[in-house]
Every structure is written in C-alpha cells, then in structure tokens.
Design a protein around this ligand. Sequence first.
Ligand code: FE
Length: 340
Amino acid sequence: MKKIVAYASLIACTLVVPAKSFADGEVNLYSARKEKLIKPLLDTFTKESGIKVNLVTAKAGPLLKRLQTEGVNSPADLFITTDAGRLHKANEAGVLQSVKSEALNTAIPAEYRDPAGVWYGLSLRARPIFYVKSKVKPEELSSYEDLADEKWKNRICIRGSSNIYNQSLVASMIANNGAEKTQAWANKFVKNLARKPKGGDRDQIKAAAAGECDIAIANTYYYGAMIHGKDEKQKKAADAVAIFWPNQADRGTHVNISGIAMTKASKNKANAQKLMEFLVTKESQNWYAQVNHEYPVVAAGEWSDTLKGWGEFKADSLNLSKLGELNKDASQLMDRAKWK
Ligand code: FE
C-alpha cells in the first residue's frame, strides 16, 4: 500500500512539475583543471546556493573536441581552461557565448577578460625568467628582448613552440613590439637555446638546476608546486634557481590567466552565471589562487606567503584577448625562427 501511495505521488509530481525544473538546481561544468583545484570551491557554492555542480574534468584539447562534437546537445554550461589563447580558440570553434555581468566586470580588471564578455579570467600566472643563483647575477638580466643577446648563447632552456604558453608569450611580444622586431628577436633567441626544446615548464627548471642551462622560462605556479611538493629532487632544483621579473623598466612581465566561459549550448544559464560570479568573490579568489600558487585575478584578492616571498612585480597590462588574436601569427613566427 505504502509503495502504491509513493508511486502515485511521484506521478503527481512528474505531472505538475515541468521537466525543465529538474535542471533548475544544477549546472554542468567542463574543467580542464584538476579536480582538486576546483572541487572544494564548487562544494561551497552548492552549500550556499543549493545549486548542484556536475563536474567533468579532462585535458583542454579533448574537452574542446567534446564540446564541438556534442554541439547544441552538449550538457555543458561552463568551460574552464588555462591560457587566454585556448579560450580564444574555443570561441573560434563556436562553442561559447558571451555573458553580460556587472559583478564580473566590476571584479575582474578589463585586461583579464574578453572585451565582448566571452571569457573571464579566474586566476593569474606569470611567465618570468628563472636564473641559476650560482651562475647568473640578477643584474645581468633585464627583459625577454635581451635574451636574444649573444651573451646568452647556449644558456637558455625553454619548452617547445607547440606549447600555448610560449605562443602567448610571443603573441604578447608581437602586440608590444610588432611582428618584424619579434621575428628578428626569435631568430636570435632560438640560437641561444642550450638544447632542443623538450618537456614541460618544470623540466626547464630541472635542466637549469642540473647544469644544462643557466636560465629557464616557466610559469610561476610550477615553481610554487616544485617548492611545496613531495618530490625532493624537484625541491632541490627549485632551490637552485630564483625568479627574475623581466621588463620592469617598460611594459612589465608577461602574464596569463586561467578562465571561464559559458558554452553556447548552456541550458542552465542563470545558474551558470551565478557560479561564474561566485568564483570571483574574494573568498573564492583567495582559495582558488592559493591552492595552485597562482595570483588572484581580483584586486581585493590576497597573495599567499609563497607569492609574497617572490616579491611584487609590474605585469604587462596588455588585454589578454590579444594573445588569442595573435596566436596564429605567433606560431608561424616561431616556425620561421625554427623554434622546435
Ligand atoms: Fe600549466
């Protein structure tokens, strides 16, 4: 009897509640960042808003492919990935839509969001120079441009040109110095490399510490992870180097973001926007930045002790949408320079 009553009330519910309402309490997020870097924050959001977040994590490339394959039928409402260049590519692939939000525009400085409102920065990372303390004096360093000087011959480690971080760095140089000057720079810079580019950012720091090169270029959060991780070898390698903030006398050090965008297929737009806005509150920003040794993207965000230890620096204020716009030019320029 009880069973029948329950069944009857379930039918009644199904009849009176429009199907759409079942999705009202949810939002679907595709994230190219590791689950541990975002999940606790999503749990807090659910607790505060009552909106359940369904999280799918994978690498950036496959996630974008999935969004393209699923098209309008994609269950995804939001896409999180790193690098403004990647967000630009996703937009070019036609899987994103713009969002108009006072809260996002107020919280995030203009240079760290798309002018058309398609993507918004959630955290900031820098790509400075790391120098081997026993071999290089910081006074010998000045700018990315200076790394083309002959004095750095066979002394630089950097990863390959297929890497989006390097493409974005070069794109920022094209935006600031023009294509011709940047080509001339890249041609010389590549000749100063100590070895054929290989591995990730951490591998460049490890190679420098191991004596293969005197300076390395890498993103700051990798250095943070090496310092705080469990791998003693990586810790030792990180100890051998120090950060130099290039271009402090002019435009500032190259920075990039991890960011978020609403998918074109989104069926839970209101919830999706709520989550986007939650992620730029001061509390979210502090947590999100600190757990991955990144900088908060909002001015009110607090720096971790690790970041404070690296010192303040002037960041390039170029609107990061330029990195996407100039990505192809940057890639071709690097190919011409024979940057492997
Ligand atoms: Fe990375």
